[in-house]
Design a protein. Structure first.
Length: 227
């Protein structure tokens, strides 16, 4: 009798442990993966002050990091290198102290906002821009400088656009990334697309866009670092 009761009790205990195991693994699967959770924590500790909650950005302080066009054309390398090295001459500091696993966790967190399929590999493989920097300069000064500054110095010039004439950006962004950003823009920001039926301030053709990229790459702040 005694032995039977003990046996039953053990059986109940096993069932209980088994159920606990099932519900435990169910919660683990339902929750975010550990690196996204870590990334969110690190983001809230180090980035939210400027890039805001959910990475929506704030005009004149920091760009959006969860913008769907940005995430669909930015490679992990671009994001990781930018976070690790920062962007010289802007308030975007270097976060190398977070280590590569910390930075990768932040990127995983940002990627969890992705809404469009990634085109990053294709965009990154696009050929380098080829064009006339003098024509590019004219376009740049007419349309881009109001927001990005006359020399591409970004917020420092009082506009809403980032420092696209500085090496912090130019040394990491591929020509394909710059080209696609100009073409399609970034929704919910002042950066409208500049090509096709939805173009904002001007409808530029491929050659004109390349002229602008070649002009940006000819700026002294960038040239000083590639020569
Ligand atoms: C003190 C404010 C500040 C903090 C804190 C900050 N950033 Fe930035 N970040 C900026 C600014 C300003 C820029 C744009 C710089 C420019 O003008 O080119 C930027 C740019 C970026 C970019 C490039 C975005 C693009 O559109 O190309 C990434 C990626 C980025 N930050 C990630 C982070 C991450 C991740 C953290 C936290 C680890 C962080 N930043 C913390 C101010 C900040
Ligand atoms: C009305 C203002 C405005 C104009 C005009 C404008 N931009 Fe922008 N641009 C922005 C803003 C704002 C952002 C960053 C979006 C954000 O804050 O999330 C941006 C982002 C960019 C980026 C991405 C930079 C990065 O750090 O990833 C590139 C490249 C760019 N613009 C190029 C251009 C070029 C070239 C022109 C002219 C043909 C132009 N922009 C005209 C406001 C503007």
């Amino acid at each position: 009798m005694q032995a039977r009761r003990l046996f039953q009790r053990i059986n109940h205990l096993t069932l209980f442990i088994a159920l606990l195991g099932v519900s435990f693994s169910a919660t683990v699967f339902a929750a975010e993966s550990p690196s996204i959770t870590t990334g969110k924590q690190l983001y809230e500790e180090h980035c939210i002050f400027c890039h805001q909650e959910n990475g929506i950005g704030q005009v004149g302080i920091a760009p959006s990091l969860t913008n769907k066009e940005l995430l669909s054309i930015a490679t992990d390398k671009f994001l990781i290198d930018t976070i690790r090295d920062g962007q010289d001459g802007t308030s975007m500091a270097a976060f190398s102290m977070l280590g590569s696993s910390g930075i990768q966790a932040i990127v995983a967190y940002l990627r969890s906002f992705e809404k469009l399929p990634s085109r990053a590999a294709e965009v990154d493989r696009q050929p380098d821009a080829f064009g006339d920097p003098r024509l590019g300069q004219q376009w740049y000064e007419q349309i881009c400088s109001t927001c990005h500054g006359m020399a591409g110095e970004g917020y420092a010039a009082g506009g809403s656009g980032t420092a696209i004439g500085k090496r912090g950006f130019l040394s990491k962004a591929s020509d394909g990334f710059i080209r696609e950003t100009i073409r399609i823009g970034r929704s919910n920001t002042a950066m409208y697309g500049f090509q096709g039926p939805t173009a904002g301030l001007a409808d530029l053709d491929d050659r004109e866009i390349d002229d602008i990229i070649v002009y940006l790459r000819s700026l002294p702040t960038y040239q000083a670092t590639v020569e």
